[in-house]
Design a binder for this molecule. Structure first.
Ligand SMILES: NC(=O)c1ccc[n+]([C@@H]2O[C@H](COP(=O)([O-])OP(=O)(O)OC[C@H]3O[C@@H](n4cnc5c(N)ncnc54)[C@H](OP(=O)(O)O)[C@@H]3O)[C@@H](O)[C@H]2O)c1
Length: 261
């Protein structure tokens, strides 16, 4: 199982879930030390075979380099978790265009390219798992402030569902995982920890371990997508049935409260 963004958060939590089900692991992210620490833990506790390949997925050449590195090590990849991600909330005009490009590469282009590189082998062998970590944001109306994040995740959900349909009957399962607010480094990395902690009560937050288990089980069951938690499903259901103008007013008010617009 190749897991991107395995140095922290949901990716780091998915690694032991797959290890305890007997998978060998390839872990990737930018921080080599954090990956090595995670690999040591997985070897100690689960006797897993773990390979660490640091990569920056914002580099357009990274997906192919990763594919070639895995091949060069003689490893067969039967599973892919596209999980690496981050957001920028300063607003469209105040965000460095390079940061926008990196968001698109890490969360949209890289997952597509990695799936395109690894899925043919899975189909050929008649077995595979692809779990794409999207977000509840991809099921919600557009928001201001982190303007590109929701659309990128919507893309990933739709692309996963399309691939799920296409690969039905091949033995390759494809699932989009759409977590709501999850306790990880995500909101530290984008500098919004204080404001989101003040805005959202504890019961709205899920642990990365819980989200990881839900994602694993949904992919094993070959569900096209899964959203962990009743509240998150209620929110997404409500958003789907509201008229666009009302839905936008709702999320616009929310973005204002968070001082993002
Ligand atoms: N936390 C939430 O509330 C939440 C909710 C819904 C969806 N999600 C999604 O869940 C996924 C995982 O996020 P998380 O919450 O676990 O956040 P996190 O704790 O910040 O972990 C993000 C992971 O992505 C990696 N990453 C970031 N930029 C990268 C790059 N340029 N190249 C390679 N790896 C990179 C990070 O590793 P390095 O820094 O070592 O590179 C880290 O391992 C993301 O796709 C996120 O959009 C999160």
């Amino acid at each position: 199982m190749l897991i991107t963004g395995a140095s922290a958060g949901i990716g780091s939590a998915l690694a032991p879930v797959y290890a305890m089900h007997g998978w060998d692991l390839v872990l990737t992210a930018r921080r080599r030390d954090a990956l090595q620490d995670r690999a040591d833990f997985l070897r100690d506790i689960y006797q897993a075979t773990v390979t660490v390949i640091p990569e920056d997925l914002a580099d357009p050449a990274a997906p192919r380099r990763l594919f070639e590195a895995v091949q060069a090590k003689g490893l067969t990849v039967d599973g892919l978790v596209n999980n690496a991600g981050f957001s920028r909330t300063a607003g469209f005009l105040d965000t460095d265009p390079e940061a926008h490009a990196a968001m698109i590469r890490v969360m949209l282009t890289a997952p597509v390219e990695l799936a395109r590189l690894f899925a043919p082998g899975m189909v050929e062998r008649g077995y595979g798992r692809i779990l794409n970590v999207a977000s509840l944001a991809g099921r919600m109306p557009a928001t201001g402030g982190d303007t590109l994040y929701g659309p990128i995740k919507s893309f990933l959900i739709k692309a996963s569902q399309g691939l799920h349909l296409e690969l039905r009957g091949t033995g390759v399962h494809v699932t989009a995982l759409c977590p709501g607010y999850t306790l990880t480094e995500f909101h530290d990395a984008n500098g919004t920890r204080a404001e989101v902690s003040a805005a959202y009560p504890g019961w709205m937050w899920q642990t990365a371990d819980h989200v990881a288990r839900v994602g694993y089980e949904a992919c094993e069951a070959n569900r096209p997508s899964v959203t962990p938690g009743i509240v998150n499903n209620l929110l997404a259901g409500l958003a789907k049935h509201l008229p666009d103008r009302l839905a936008l007013a709702m999320v616009g008010g929310h973005a204002k409260r968070l001082k993002r617009i």
